[in-house]
Design a protein around this ligand. Sequence first.
Ligand code: MN3
Length: 197
Amino acid sequence: MFKLGQLPYDYAALTPHISADIMRLHHSKHHQTYVDKLNAAVDQLPDASSLDIVQLLQGLSDLPDSVRQAVRNHGGGHYNHQLFWEIMSPNGGGEPSGELGRAINSKYGSFQNFVDQFSDEATKLFGSGWVWLNRDLEIVGMPNQDNPLMYGGQAPLMGLDVWEHAYYLDYYNRRDEYIRQWWEVVDWEAVDYRLRG
Ligand code: MN3
């Protein structure tokens, strides 16, 4: 069965950009609920103990109708939040170096241009969803808990949660301010590691 992992830093570690209250609620309540509901869904499958989250999300179309939507919503929720915690750090911010920095500069002309395009996609994404940086360095917004694995893509390099639960306690309706602050906690080493992995 799937388990909620520990955060690699404390709930207060990302202040002042993301408060401890948001991190605690987001991890211990929202993410936990995705894990619980994912487990309830896969419990109905014959070989639940051997399931891998990536394979599940890549193979949604092979699942029985009775569990497919629950796995999409809650399995997506589990995978996406695991990735989200991993690519943030109290030592984050700044600009990527190494292979990732070169790849972003080559595709977007400059790091600032990349940040502007990603932020714009996140600001205009309607309702609840995520903005992803795909493995081929495309920026793509997706609704709900969808991610590129569900559309035949590879594991994304990074993602930004723009559900209101991710920022409302700190920023109310000011999603643009949340997005601006989020860049200060992005762990570029972790994103570069995913690119090289
Ligand atoms: Mn969330």
